[in-house]
Design a protein around this ligand. Sequence first.
Ligand SMILES: [Zn+2]
Length: 311
Amino acid sequence: MDDQRMEPVDPRGTAAPTPVGEEAGEVRRFWNRLGLPGLVDVHTHFMPERVLRKVWAYFDALGPLTGGLEWPITYRNEEAERTALLREFGVRAFTAMLYPHKPGMARWLNDWATDFARRTPGCLHTATLHPEPGVETYVREAVEAGARVFKAHVQVGAYDPADELLDDAWGLLAEAGIPVVIHCGSGPAPGKHTGPEPIARVLARHPRLRLVVAHLGMPEYEEFLTLAERYGEVRLDTTMAFTDFAEELMPFPRRALPRLAGLGDRVLLGSDFPNIPYPYVHQLQALERLDLGDEWLRAVCHDNAAELFAL
Ligand SMILES: [Zn+2]
């Protein structure tokens, strides 16, 4: 992409029109209006092409990951097109959420993610883990290789996050202050170990662990808000929350909005790009229409993550 395409769109429309795509223009107007330098998105998926194709096939087949829902992937593009699109949107930093569905896979995924982070400007080096012998070793190696964030997926991995095989790894990550984005809510489909209870057991042992509860913990929003209120290092990501898609299936209880506003410094923008059944800008509009104010939006869409990752 040429440099001109990276020029921000003037929200008042007084500057010469820039050749960003129409959708990128909408995304840029959102953060320009807030006076932000761009967005930080802590929940975007990049993984080895072969694995990503499998994930997409899974969504296409309305597998257990979707709870049997129709889930058309909006951004089914080549990797280079997907990273270019994030840059065009003005996403300053993003992650490469990847996760194993079985033992013996995490180390290989981590090697791929290390290479991806090295060759991809804006990517926050991401790693993953699974309860298995040797997990502490490869988590340590990933941290030494520069991992800034981890991803854990309790439903797909089908494990108990409080499994003692993970205990040393959680301890190491807590000590290093490295955030772990964890899909642990029971949406869109529950798993044997999803829900707040196993996470409460992890936090009881590792109260400083920087868990970022993905999807605001949907549909157990209020239980996960309670955990965030109890543990000062627990954060929540907005991924898919408040979108028309999520609200129809797993509506966020309006009575809990003041609690969400109260946690304004620990809520982080996440989108699930590229695996979303609607345009990227819809996630931003879904947050804006909550009417929690521009200060809240600035913190959520940029400042909280910028501080967490020292950007
Ligand atoms: Zn995700």
